[in-house]
Design a protein around this ligand. Structure first.
Ligand code: CU
Length: 130
């Protein structure tokens, strides 16, 4: 009887320990060495962030991009295929006021690429892959 109780306790600890280990495997700690910088481009008064800023990305490191439309009118954000094939094209599709779109900037080659709103010629800036 006493041996059975000991066996149940040991098995319980083993089970909990195994589940804890599996949980850690499924939810690994973020790698602190990865330089992850998210980019937020907000369409406001028909500019991106007021200045259409240059966006610097590291080649072959996907950069999270959130495009948010804070205007009442429709905007989008596009990155066309480049002649050197060094950037993954993006098309948010039309974003109405208050809508946002989550995507990633992925440059596979160094270079300067353009992002723009297809509705408003003045809304354009550069992605610099380096
Ligand atoms: Cu626009």
């Amino acid at each position: 009887m006493r041996n059975n109780i000991i066996a149940v306790v040991v098995i319980s600890f083993a089970t909990v320990g195994a589940l804890w280990g599996i949980g850690n495997l499924m939810n690994p700690e973020p790698d602190a060495d990865l330089p992850v910088e998210d980019v937020l481009l907000i369409a406001q008064r028909s500019t991106f962030n007021g200045t259409n800023p240059d966006v610097y990305v590291t080649v072959n490191v996907p950069t999270k991009l959130v495009v948010q439309n804070n205007d009442a009118i429709t905007h989008d954000l596009k990155i066309d295929p480049s002649s050197n094939g060094g950037i993954t094209p993006i098309n948010t599709a039309p974003l109405r006021g208050g809508q946002d779109f989550l995507t990633a900037i992925v440059a596979s080659k160094t270079g300067t690429y353009e992002y723009y709103c297809s509705y408003h010629p003045q809304m354009r800036g550069h992605i610099i892959g380096r």
